[in-house]
Every structure is written in C-alpha cells, then in structure tokens.
Design a protein around this ligand. Structure first.
Ligand code: CO
Length: 216
C-alpha cells in the first residue's frame, strides 16, 4: 500500500502531461543536465525556485537552506557550488532572498530558539555589521532591509569561496547575482549586485549596500 496517495496521483498526472507535450522530454533529461543557473535560495515553501522563474526540470541547479546562507565551512553548499561550476559549468549563480523571511525574522528576535540559533548566527553577523543603519528604521523596514542585505552578503560569500576564486582565476565566465523575491506579489527584484571577478567584488558590494540603505 502506498502512503500519501494524493502525491503519487498528481505526480502521475504531471509526468503524463509533460510526456504528452514533449514525448522525449524525460528520455532526453535522463541522458544529461546542462543548466545555465545555480539558484541558492531559502527553504521557504512559498519560494519554489524553478516555478517563480518559469524554468523546466534540467534548466536550473538548486540549493536551498534556511535564510539562503552561504558559509565557507558548509560542505553541503560548497559541494553544490563546486559541482555546478566545475562540472555543469553554470554561467550564473543567483543568491535569492525573500521578504518576510522567517529565518531573518527569527535572527532579529533574541530567542532562544534552540539549534537554529547556531545557523542564524550568520544572519545576526549581517545584522551586526549594519546595525547603526538598521536601528534607525521601524521594525518592518528593518526586516525588509536585512532580508536584502543578507542576500547581498551571502552572494559576496559565494564570490569569496575557493571554488569561485579558482573559476575566475582560470577565466571561466561566471557571474554572481543577488535578488530578492516578494512573497506578497510573486515578483523578483534585482538588488543591483553582479560580481564577475575578484578585483571589483568589494567595491560593487559596497555600492549595492549603499543603494539599499539609501531607500526609504
Ligand atoms: Co526564508
């Protein structure tokens, strides 16, 4: 007996729809994947990576965790990054945060919340870094700005990894982007950060941070 039959029923219907539309779709995908993008986003169920950019299976490599955090010691995230860049040779890494992020909200709230506090310490580091500017804002704007700044800082962390530094050193074309998604309108916003080499990364990040903090 199958458990959760409703999910198997809808899976079967989906696979049939895909095959009706393109009879060789799954056979072609089973031979290889050649995505152009790596998406690093939040685990939040309201931010389904492929769906919000209208991409099909095979078109985007995806890594998600609570509050889209990129840490230099996270072997899970680094392994995804290495495979995507060195084997799949993606052209773009997109770090996408979202407004109303529960992880960011929890990081702002003192807690304690148990195990998750260790993970959210990385978001608190971002808060600490911009504390003087963020503390001038009301609670809603503070949360919005921190969601944006966290997406920027995590994109900057992607650029600092040895995987990305090595790719740039061998002149592999690779851009790191930082976006934010609105769960209340379904729209993506580009935070204006595109990192494409080591030399300019700090200056480009500083410019984007200033733009974010200059918003009302
Ligand atoms: Co979130």
């Amino acid at each position: 007996m199958k458990t959760l039959p409703e999910l198997f029923i809808s899976n079967r219907a989906w696979a049939e729809r895909m095959t009706r539309h393109d009879p060789e779709f799954f056979e072609r995908l089973s031979r290889q994947q050649a995505p152009e993008y790596l998406w690093i986003g939040c685990s939040d169920s309201r931010v389904p990576a492929n769906e919000i950019v209208g991409l099909m299976p095979g078109e985007m490599f995806v890594h998600r965790n609570v509050a889209n955090v990129v840490v230099q010691t996270d072997l899970n995230c680094l392994s995804v990054l290495q495979f995507a860049i060195e084997v799949l040779r993606v052209r773009h890494v997109i770090v996408c945060g979202h407004y109303g992020c529960g992880g960011i909200n929890t990081a702002l709230d003192k807690g304690p919340h148990g195990l998750i506090d260790n993970w959210l310490r990385h978001v608190q580091d971002v808060h600490q870094k911009y504390r003087l500017d963020l503390d001038k804002l009301d609670a809603q704007h503070r949360l919005d700005r921190l969601c944006e700044l966290n997406a920027l800082e995590q994109a900057r962390n992607v650029a600092r990894t040895t995987v990305v530094q090595d790719a740039w050193a061998r002149k592999q074309p690779l851009e790191i982007h930082s976006w934010i998604y609105g769960i209340n309108d379904g729209l993506l916003r580009d935070l204006g950060l595109v990192l494409a080499n080591s030399a300019e990364s700090d200056a480009v990040t500083r410019d984007s941070v200033s733009q974010i903090l200059a918003q009302r």
